[in-house]
Design a protein around this ligand. Structure first.
Ligand code: NAD
Length: 280
């Protein structure tokens, strides 16, 4: 058996095409405002890529840069002024913030209606209550992928390996909203393979390369790989690998790849949140 591919690149491209149409039809301009503090190289590259992706779908992109010496007060001040600025309808803060700045306190200041990454606790709370809200983008991407397989989630057994606030927990909550039976596992879970072997859906979000092997997976199960890890290949070159070992492909019914899986779909979900917030 060879798992069917859950193609995050193709799914992301389809969503971006729909967004371009929505933006082109709208009389309003649609814009993402992002705050970048300091000169962290990975964050700068991410912001450059984000600007390009936004342009490609017809979104404007405003980057608000603050110096590496900016403290909590200055960053908070910028967020507060963006909250009140009418032309800012969709916003996010690039991480990491300078050492000593409390990231969660900054995220909690973002107006929930403009918080396109869904990081304000108000939005997380709304997700739990099932209210309309901006939902964290990686969790949205995972749900979209699982639904893409056509599985009826109500009553399905789902195991989420990894329980961080930004990835594992929101995924678990979204699946609970669909009335799936959800197990949230973490590094202390005992005999995890015996639990995942019972699952219809396994989401790997631990950040451990190759953690999930074929012995963990029930034949035909859906496996979504959120992990992004750097590893050295047989040729000695570094490459990006997920949390799921390639051997899983032989037993799973559906599997998302890394790269080309959750990552590109997460980008598309962020853009969709931007368009939803801007045109709300
Ligand atoms: P994190 O370190 O904050 O949390 C990891 C979680 O996994 C914890 O709950 C921990 O207890 C659990 N865990 C660790 N080792 C485990 C093990 N051996 N068995 C079971 N559980 C274990 O990480 P995070 O921020 O949630 O990210 C997880 C992974 O997802 C990382 O590889 C990260 O790069 C990736 N990620 C991908 C995207 C995307 O868009 N594709 C977005 C965010 C994060």
């Amino acid at each position: 058996m060879s798992a069917k591919l859950i193609d995050g690149r193709a799914m992301g491209a389809a969503i971006r095409a729909q967004l371009s149409t929505r933006i082109a039809r709208s009389s309003r301009s649609v814009r993402l405002d992002a705050v970048l503090v300091g000169n962290h190289q990975a964050a700068e590259i991410y912001a450059q890529n984000q600007a390009k992706t936004c342009r490609e779908v017809g979104l404007e992109y405003h980057l608000h840069t603050l110096s590496a010496t900016a403290g909590f007060g200055e960053i908070a001040g910028r967020i507060r002024s963006m909250n009140t600025e009418e032309s800012v309808r969709a916003m996010m803060v690039h991480l990491p913030l300078p050492e000593g700045v409390d990231t969660e306190r900054i995220q909690a200041l973002i107006d929930p209606e403009k918080d396109v990454e869904g990081v304000n606790p108000v939005n997380i709370g709304n997700v739990v209550y099932g209210r309309r809200s901006l939902v964290p983008c990686t969790a949205l991407a995972v749900l979209e992928m699982i639904e893409h397989t056509g599985i009826a989630l109500c009553g399905a057994r789902c195991v989420i390996v990894g329980a961080s606030n930004i990835v594992g927990k929101p995924i678990a909550v979204l699946l609970m909203r669909e009335e799936a039976t959800v197990v949230s596992a973490n590094r202390y879970t005992r005999d995890l393979p015996s639990i995942t072997r019972e699952a219809d859906v396994v989401v790997a979000a631990a950040g451990v390369a190759g953690l999930v092997t074929r012995e963990w997976i029930r034949p035909g199960a859906i496996v979504v790989d959120v992990g992004i890890n750097r590893a050295r290949g047989a040729d000695g070159k570094t490459m990006t690998v997920g949390d799921v070992d390639p051997s899983v492909r032989e037993v799973a019914g559906w599997m998302s790849p890394v790269p080309g899986g959750v990552g590109p779909l997460t980008v598309a979900m962020l853009l969709r949140n931007v368009v939803d917030a801007a045109l709300a």
